[in-house]
Design a binder for this molecule. Structure first.
Ligand SMILES: [Zn+2]
Ligand SMILES: [Zn+2]
Length: 311
């Protein structure tokens, strides 16, 4: 549980009691992501009051049926303007589901996804961020229109985007200042560079205003930028107006995912379309989670696999 900024404590507490529509899930694997690091370091607007549970990439076994499930991190309301328009990922009143870094989580049944037989729980947990990559690609023009793709940022999200885009048969260049991350992208069949230029689509997967600007500057005429990386709250980004107008650039946000995209991500992992092991570090127990979050994100892109019942 988080008790404040950079204050994570592992406590023995009673099992959560499932409310109406909820089931108890015994967590087999939960993976860390950049959001967890940010949440630990500087809090998060969606986090409950301290002390708060967290962890949103979670796979486990339903205590009632014994089925292995991915615990999705949200349930859309189904009634707001976005939901009615078929865009649940930008639901105005979603219910967020946190608490994967625990032995058990009480989760809404509506948030659960069946895990394909034989898929490793750590891989299934990673279907959550992979679904966001699937969604980001769905926001971009397809391969026929945009065969040459740049990915800015070689963290886990950039690596997942590159892997999926390579699997689609696109020409992919990933840019990152870390040589280890460029090498990881090359393992997936992408090319790598220190900076991008002249692409049909650019996926921004850094989440900083200067990177948003660099993504726009890396566009070919008529290209599209998909902003995948969330910047700090209240950030402003600035863009050169000339290419937006004279080159008719398309700038699009991509946030989160729809439930079908989570199922698609699980199927892609089961098919071996993404080498999730290349991103997995650990496994570690809950006792080592704070050290893992503090270990920084220099070096290769990695997601820590937490096995909550490992001491
Ligand atoms: Zn995440
Ligand atoms: Zn809604």
């Amino acid at each position: 549980m988080l008790f404040g900024l950079e204050d994570l404590r592992v406590l023995e507490v009673a099992d959560p009691v499932p409310g109406p529509g909820e089931v108890l899930v015994r967590v087999e694997a939960a993976t860390t992501c950049g959001t967890d690091v940010k949440t630990w370091r500087r809090g998060h607007p969606l986090l409950g009051p301290y002390p708060a549970v967290f962890g949103h990439e979670t796979c486990g076994v339903r205590e009632d049926t014994g089925e292995r499930v991915l615990v999705g991190d949200s349930v859309a309301c189904g009634a707001c303007r976005s939901c009615l328009a078929g865009r649940p990922q930008i639901c105005r009143e979603p219910r967020w589901v946190f608490g994967g870094f625990a032995e058990r989580i009480a989760a809404p049944e509506a948030a659960l996804h069946a895990v394909p037989d034989g898929l490793d729980p750590a891989a299934a947990a990673m279907a959550e961020p992979l679904a966001a990559a699937v969604h980001a690609i769905a926001r971009a023009p397809d391969k026929q229109v945009a065969p040459d793709v740049g990915v800015l940022g070689g963290g886990p999200m950039g690596q997942m985007l590159a892997a999926l885009l390579v699997a689609e048969g696109r020409t992919v260049t990933l840019a990152d200042r870390h040589a280890e991350r460029r090498a990881q992208a090359e393992e997936t069949g992408a090319m790598s560079a220190e900076r991008l230029a002249d692409h049909d689509v650019v996926f921004e997967a850094v989440g900083r205003p200067d990177a948003w600007r660099a993504a726009v500057q890396a566009c070919a005429p008529g290209a599209c930028v998909v902003f995948v990386g969330g910047c700090k709250a209240d950030s402003d980004a600035s863009f050169p107006t000339r290419p937006l107008h004279y080159d008719e650039l398309d700038l699009r946000g991509a946030f989160h995912h729809a439930p079908e995209e989570v199922d698609r991500a699980l199927a892609l992992l089961a098919d071996g379309a993404v080498n999730w092991r290349a991103l997995a570090a650990g496994p570690i127990g809950l006792e080592d989670l704070e050290t893992a979050l503090a270990s920084g994100n220099d070096g290769p892109a990695r997601k820590w696999v937490v096995h909550p019942t490992t001491k």
